[in-house]
Design a protein around this ligand. Sequence first.
Ligand SMILES: C[S@@+](CC[C@H](N)C(=O)[O-])C[C@H]1O[C@@H](n2cnc3c(N)ncnc32)[C@H](O)[C@@H]1O
Length: 222
Amino acid sequence: MATWNELFLDDKYIEILPQPEVYKFIKMLEGVFPGETLSIWDFCCGAGRHTLLVSQMGHNAFGSDISENGIANTRQLIEEKGLTANLKVADMTENPFPGQVFHGAFSWNALHHNTTENIEKAVANIYDSLCDGGMFMASLISTKGGGYGRGKKIEEDTFVSEEGYEAGVPHHYFDYAGIKELFGRWEIVGLVEHVSTYMEAEENFHDFNPFPYTKWNIIARK
Ligand SMILES: C[S@@+](CC[C@H](N)C(=O)[O-])C[C@H]1O[C@@H](n2cnc3c(N)ncnc32)[C@H](O)[C@@H]1O
């Protein structure tokens, strides 16, 4: 059974370049809290590309992930550049930075790797850790995505992959109602469903697919 911890031992699965959306979200936070050094939490930071970005942009970077190898990689990236970040190995249902108040948090391509109950706990953790007016950005997979229904169903809209590089990893797919429920007590700043329709793809195309998958993107305010 593959886990993200194992995948991070292979360079092939390590994303290097930051998402432009994350850069723009940090710029957005800078506009909301002008002149402040921001505390920003990269929630499920993986191998660290966005934690590094936060630190490079001059803010207090925090990163957490369940993968020890991901956090080790993040630490190495940060140290190689002579920067600093607060890094913790932690499950998404835990708050590894108790007492820390964040201006912003984001979770890119990660929050859906759990059951509904645990995703709700994770989002509640983030809410409790933000200052008033603090913002959270996430990407989450959609029920309209091509992977929907693949693997073993463990609850409504949650499937555990049985093959491929994410074998053993749960995926919860969100529809509009599910997203609205998850963010019920937040103010929605922007909620977008990007639908990518793959008309043709060679057999192994998805091993190295450079194009986006069908996803929800959300920015929400406390
Ligand atoms: C597709 S990677 C994305 C990593 C990173 N956000 C990025 O954009 O490069 C998914 C990440 O979710 C993490 N993850 C999966 N389940 C988790 C859990 N229960 N608690 C914390 N992190 C988890 C994995 O270890 C992995 O780093």
